[in-house]
Design a protein around this ligand. Structure first.
Ligand code: SAH
Length: 201
């Protein structure tokens, strides 16, 4: 996976490559999806949701430039795989999932594998998680029509937010990297993606 999918397609951060090589992606999958764990594609994880293609996980993670002391927030825990990757590159991860069944399973997997700096919450992640804010990094793993303002508000100075944005009438979605410098928040588009929708409420 690392040699054939990540390195040839722009993943250059050695730390990201190392954790993607170390963390067993198959442990986050169940049933028939498991034997496809290292293939170059998204896979079903139940409740109509998907775990992203490894390359997308790697590039989104790399874009956040995590530091050992960073605190990260993820919206859309799904299987817990992306949270596990983040957790090995920073000090604390809060991850929010609105499907209780997925959150419970992800939480059990993360505990079983010893990812003890990850906290899983069942809630609407578009509101962020104010009690642990501000965040040095925020990763949204579902597509929003507009970037939720609470997430922007919970970004630390110098913080980064990566989010797929579903521009009205356009497909695929636009993966954007927002950065806060002082009071100013700017973004640049990274590449087109296809994520499941962010559902509020
Ligand atoms: N990062 C995951 C994949 C996420 S799939 C992994 O590594 O496996 C996107 C997830 O976002 C789905 O599980 C979906 O239920 C969740 N989701 C959608 N809208 C949400 C919201 N408002 N708050 C929290 N989670 C949400």
């Amino acid at each position: 996976m690392v040699a054939e999918q990540l390195i040839p397609h722009g993943v250059t951060d050695e730390r990201v490559l190392r954790v993607m090589a170390e963390i067993p992606r198959d442990e986050f999958l169940t049933g028939p999806a498991r034997r496809h764990a290292y293939e170059d594609r998204a896979l079903q994880i139940g409740c109509g949701q998907t775990i992203s293609q490894p390359l997308v996980v790697a590039l989104m993670t790399q874009s956040l430039n995590l530091q050992p002391e960073s605190t990260a927030l993820e919206v859309g825990t799904g299987s817990g795989y992306q949270a596990a990757i983040l957790s090995r590159l920073c000090s604390r991860v809060i991850t929010i999932e609105r499907e209780a069944a997925l959150a419970e399973q992800a939480s059990a997997t993360l505990r079983r594998l010893g990812f003890d700096n990850v906290e899983v919450a069942v809630a609407d992640g578009s509101l962020g998680w104010p009690s642990a804010a501000p965040y040095d990094a925020i990763l949204v793993a579902c597509a929003a029509r507009e970037v939720p303002q609470p997430l922007v508000d919970q970004l630390a100075p110098g913080g980064r937010l990566v989010v797929p944005v579903q521009v009205a009438g356009e497909e695929p979605q636009d993966l954007r990297l927002y950065a806060r410098a002082g009071d100013e928040v700017t973004y640049r588009s990274l590449f087109p993606v296809l994520f499941v929708p962010l559902r509020t409420g």
